[in-house]
Design a protein around this ligand. Structure first.
Ligand code: NDP
Length: 348
C-alpha cells in the first residue's frame, strides 16, 4: 500500500512515517524544501532499517495552500490513502492569516486535487486537533466529558482577532470543518477520518538542530528543563488538561488508514485521565537526577499542591479510539522519559 503524508519533517509526522514504514507501507511525503527531506531521512535512520527507509521518498510542495499545490505529486504517484498533517503550529502568529491561510487552504487544495486527480485514493486521514473540539472560553469546565460530538464554537471573526492562540485554535477548527464540508458537498470517491489529539508529547524523532527549533508542544516541556526559564522555581501553568504520546498518535494515524469502521468519523486521540506540569516535573526529577536542581517545584497560583487545577477540570471520552482503531495508550511517565532522552543533547 502506498500513502502520501504531508509535512513529513514535523514532530507528529516523524512518528506517522515511523509507524507506517514499520508496517511496510510505501510512503511519499511532502516537505517544503529538498533539504528538509534529506534531514528527515537522516533523523529517521536511527529508528528504521535501511530497507524500511528505502520505502520513503519526498516530494517538494513549497506553498501548500496554492490551489494546485498537490497536483504534481498526486498525478506522478498512485496512492491508496493520504495523511494530511502539515499545518503551522504557532501560538504567537502576528497575522492570523499566516495560520488559517495554510491550514484551511491546504485542506481545500488537497481534497480537491485528490478528488480530481487521484482516483485510487480510498481514504484521507486528517490530523485535526482537540483545538477543534474544546470550548476554550469555558476554561477548565470541571466534570465535563468532551467527546467527538463537541465542536469549538469559535467564530471566524474571533479566529482573526489578533490573539495568536485564537488563530491556531480557530485554524484547526475551520480546517476540519472545511474537510467535512468538502465531503458533504462533493461526495468524493474517498472517505475521511479526522484525528483530534490534545497536547502531543514524547520522543522528538524529527530533525531538530537546536532547542530553539523544537516544535511548540516539545518546547513547552523543554522549558521545564531550562534553568533560566524557572529562575523563581515556579512551575509554568498548563492550559490544556489532556495529552497523548506522539508515538501512539503516529500509530493512530496508521491504524486509521485501514480501520473499516473508522470511515467518516472523527476521533479524540487522548490518553486516559489528565496531566499537569507538576506531574511532569516530578517525572523529570526522578528520571533525570542530574537536572533535578533546575526543575521547578512551586505550584503556580490557581492549582492544587498535586498540580491539578483548583476546582477540577474536564476530561475526554477516548473509548471510540480504543474500540474502533484498537489504540492503546502509553503512560505519562514513559512518555516523559522518552521525551527527556530525546532532548538531553540540548540541555546545557
Ligand atoms: P511541527 O511544527 O513539528 O510540524 C508542522 C509541519 O507542518 C511541518 O512539516 C511544517 O513544515 C509544516 N508547516 C507548517 N507551516 C506550514 C506552511 N505554512 N506551509 C507548509 N507547511 C507548513 O508541528 P506538529 O508536528 O506538532 O504538528 C503536526 C500536526 O499535528 C499539525 O496539524 C498540528 O496542528 C497537529 N497537532 C499537534 C499537536 C501538538 O501538541 N504537537 C496537538 C494537536 C494537533 P516546515 O518545517 O517547513 O514549517
Amino acid at each position: 500500500s502506498t500513502i502520501l503524508v504531508t509535512g513529513g519533517n514535523g514532530f507528529v509526522a516523524a512518528q506517522v512515517l515511523i509507524a507506517a514504514l514499520e508496517r511496510d507501507y510505501t510512503v511519499v511525503s511532502t516537505v517544503r524544501t529538498e533539504k528538509k527531506g534529506e534531514e528527515t531521512k537522516t533523523a529517521l535512520s536511527s529508528r528504521l532499517s535501511p530497507a524500511q527507509l528505502s520505502k520513503l521518498s519526498f516530494a517538494i510542495v513549497p506553498v501548500i495552500e496554492d490551489e494546485h499545490a498537490f497536483d504534481k505529486v498526486l498525478t506522478e504517484n498512485k496512492f491508496d490513502a493520504v495523511v494530511h498533517t502539515a499545518t503551522p503550529f504557532i501560538l504567537s502568529a502576528k497575522d492570523p492569516k499566516e495560520i488559517t491561510g495554510p491550514a484551511v487552504g491546504s485542506t481545500k487544495s488537497l481534497f480537491k486535487a485528490i478528488n480530481d486527480l487521484a482516483p485510487t485514493v480510498k481514504r484521507v486521514v486528517l490530523t485535526s486537533s482537540f483545538a477543534s473540539v474544546v470550548d476554550p472560553a469555558k476554561g477548565w469546565r470541571s466534570g465535563y466529558v468532551y467527546s467527538e460530538k463537541d465542536w469549538n464554537p469559535i467564530s471566524w471573526e474571533e479566529t482573526h482577532d489578533g490573539d495568536g492562540s485564537h488563530a491556531y485554535y480557530g485554524a484547526k477548527k475551520w480546517a476540519e470543518k472545511a474537510a467535512w464540508e468538502y465531503m458533504e458537498e462533493n461526495k468524493p470517491h474517498f472517505d475521511l477520518v479526522a484525528l483530534c489529539p490534545p497536547m502531543v508529547f514524547g520522543q522528538v524523532a524529527q530533525y531538530v538542530p537546536s532547542a530553539e527549533a523544537l516544535n511548540t508542544s516539545s518546547a513547552a516541556l523543554f522549558q521545564m528543563l531550562s534553568p533560566g526559564a524557572n529562575a523563581d522555581g515556579s512551575i509554568p501553568p498548563h492550559s490544556v488538561a489532556l495529552w497523548v504520546n506522539v508515538a501512539d498518535l503516529g500509530t493512530a494515524h496508521v491504524l486509521a488508514l485501514s480501520a473499516k469502521d473508522a470511515s467518516n468519523k472523527r476521533f479524540i486521540i487522548a490518553a486516559d485521565g489528565t496531566y499537569n506540569n507538576k506531574a511532569i516535573c516530578d517525572v523529570f526529577r526522578s528520571h533525570f537526577p542530574d537536572l533535578a536542581s533546575r526543575i521547578p517545584t512551586k505550584v503556580p497560583e490557581g492549582f492544587n499542591e498535586d498540580g491539578t487545577p483548583i476546582g477540577g477540570s474536564y476530561t475526554a471520552d477516548n473509548s471510540l479510539s480504543k474500540e474502533v482503531l484498537g489504540l492503546k495508550y502509553q503512560s505519562l511517565e514513559d512518555t516523559m522519559v522518552q521525551f527527556g532522552e530525546s532532548v538531553k543533547k540540548f540541555v546545557q
